[in-house]
Design a binder for this molecule. Structure first.
Ligand code: FAD
Ligand code: SIN
Length: 528
């Protein structure tokens, strides 16, 4: 297909960009699997914005910089924080039914925030946001939504019929999941809004498709990536052997939930967070996740307890109706008993390097949302700043594309996808096994606490698997699983290389070999 602008991804970042561009341009939105299959639909806590008269932009900026351990770009933080109230207004116009308290929005609180500033829809904010955006995009005559398209690689000057070899981006090659054919979708401008790479870890709160595809595609096409070692671990994911990725929102701690040692161990029932940080359960995520990890390893626990049963049952059910029901179905009544929790990978703070207009290094390519490194999150994202980043940068990128539209030429004739690899593999089991292997060693060697030796072990395995997968990729017809495996490996490689480069501990990157934080905060930048 041809369009003015192609957007890869139909989450908060992609659809915000699409709606802002569609005033004048024809936009094609591509999604792997279902339209609501990204992280956006899974978001629980809400969206951070200064909306209360006792709060200020300065407070939100400071909280973001403190959580980010000074690695944030202040210019970006100011840019996003100052646009946050407008983002919430825009969502209200789109019909997002935020919770209210009298005539004002009800604001909840999460770790690292000095004030109540999280606008939310119960404990399932993302679902309401995703539905409102999809509805608006469906109804827009200038937007075409195409699900079931797994994008493989960016189309660049190398793929022009009259080879120019330039880095100019002209669209994407995508696997049509229904027919198994690969199509070339072309456009004047391409926007990556493809989400994070959380699934590179064995335990993650992110959906199945968070395999770092956009980051890997941009890297292969020649764009720089930054701070990939900053993978965020959420402190409280349900510990359950069957349900591996049920997040227990940070708002549970924001509304009074306490972390305790479970029965049967020394110090049973002890509330341990005050031993680690004066902000206790409301310290930034890196600190809380590391404290839980420390207690689990020190005492040989499977999990710790998150307890909000001291609050009235109607308060708990009223604030967390979805989590309450989900836990009840698993036999846990959170109004009467504690919830077993462990940390799990949650968010990719690094990604494709962009400027304040969402521009990447490559002409014709923008990027927005979790796949980017915009300078907002630094070494650790502040809770509920992620959806906000999608809305602010979606509008900023659209505005820049519209401003410079005349400079973006139409795509030249493009080579079709190389169909020489026509053989279907009968060794699907290898793909599954490699998926599992990467996720396991990334969890064990590149997790919450790292060391140079563990990182080098991971790097060695990545090299071996890359050889195997490259050979496999060169021979067989592509499938979504194979495309994702290739991107998982690429993302794992970028994370490990970045982690090895950072010879200090800062924010989410903690290494036993360099436990101190250097005086100067510097980005880790990888250049292809
Ligand atoms: P996503 O919403 O992940 O969308 C990615 C899109 O890209 C999808 O449409 C996907 O299909 C598409 N895609 C990916 N690869 C390809 C490909 N190869 N080809 C075609 N399409 C592709 N943040 C907050 O601010 N507040 C919260 O309360 C909050 N809660 C969270 C709870 C959970 C459980 C999780 C996992 C995350 C939470 N986050 C929260 C983080 C936040 O949800 C995400 O960072 C944000 O939604 C990312 O939006 P996005 O548009 O960048 O990507
Ligand atoms: C949560 O609800 O705890 C997730 C919030 C976030 O990731 O920002």
């Amino acid at each position: 297909m041809k369009a003015d602008v192609i957007i890869v991804g139909s989450g908060a970042a992609g659809l915000t960009t699409a709606l802002a561009l569609a005033q004048t341009l024809k936009v094609l939105v591509l999604a792997k699997g279902a339209l609501s299959g990204g992280s956006t639909a899974w978001a629980q806590g809400g969206i951070a914005a200064v909306l209360d008269s006792s709060d200020t932009f300065e407070n939100h900026i400071d909280d973001t910089m403190v959580a980010g351990a000074g690695l944030n770009r202040r210019e970006t933080v100011e840019f996003v924080v100052e646009r946050a109230p407008h983002a919430i207004e825009r969502l209200i116009e789109l019909g997002v039914p935020f919770n209210t308290h009298g005539n004002t929005l009800h604001l909840t609180r999460e770790g690292g925030h000095s004030h109540r500033r999280i606008a939310h829809v119960d404990d399932a904010t993302g679902w309401s946001v995703q539905q409102a955006l999809v509805k608006a995009a469906h109804n827009h005559p200038n937007i075409t939504l195409l699900a079931g398209q797994t994008c493989i690689d960016l189309i660049t000057g190398q793929h022009e019929l009259r080879y120019s070899g330039s880095g100019r981006v002209w669209g994407v090659y995508a696997l049509d999941e229904a027919s198994g054919q690969v199509w070339a979708h072309t456009a004047h401008v391409t926007v990556l809004a493809s989400g994070g790479a959380g699934r590179v870890y064995q335990f993650s709160t992110a959906p199945r498709g968070a395999t770092g595809d956009g980051i890997a595609m941009a890297w292969r096409a020649g764009a720089r990536v930054g701070n990939m070692e900053m993978m965020q671990f959420h402190p409280t994911c349900l510990y359950n052997l069957d349900v591996k990725n049920l997040l227990i929102t940070e708002a549970v701690r924001g509304e009074g939930g306490e972390l305790k040692i479970p029965p049967g161990y020394p110090g049973a029932g002890h509330r341990f967070m005050p031993d680690f940080d004066a902000r206790a359960e409301l310290a930034p995520r890196d600190i809380v996740a590391r404290a839980i990890d420390h207690e689990i390893k020190r005492l040989g626990l499977d999990y710790v307890h998150l307890d909000i049963s001291h609050k009235p049952p109607e308060f708990v059910r009223g604030h967390f109706p979805n989590i309450y029901e989900k836990l009840l179905a698993l036999g846990i009544d959170m109004t009467r008993e504690p919830i077993p929790v462990v940390p799990a990978q949650h968010y990719t703070c690094g990604g494709i390097i962009i400027d304040l207009a969402g521009r990447t290094d490559l002409p014709g390519l923008y990027a927005v949302g979790e796949c980017t490194e915009s300078g907002l999150h630094g070494a650790n994202r502040l809770a509920s700043n992620s959806l906000l980043e999608c809305f602010v940068f979606g509008e900023a990128a659209a505005s820049d594309i519209l401003d410079y539209w005349d400079s973006y030429a139409a795509p030249p004739p493009i080579l079709p996808w190389d169909e020489s690899r026509v053989t279907s593999s009968d060794e699907e089991v290898i793909i599954k096994q490699n998926w599992t292997e990467i996720r396991r060693f990334m969890w064990n060697y590149v997790g919450i606490v790292r060391s140079t030796k563990r990182l080098e072990r991971a790097q060695h395995r990545i090299r071996m698997l890359t050889e195997e997968v490259t050979e496999y990729y060169g021979q067989f017809r592509v499938t979504t699983d194979l495309i994702e495996l290739r991107n998982l490996l690429q993302s794992a490689d970028l994370i490990v290389r970045s982690a090895l480069k950072r010879q200090e501990s800062r924010g989410l990157h903690y290494t036993l070999d360099y436990p101190d934080t250097l005086a100067e905060a510097k980005d880790t930048v990888l250049v292809p």
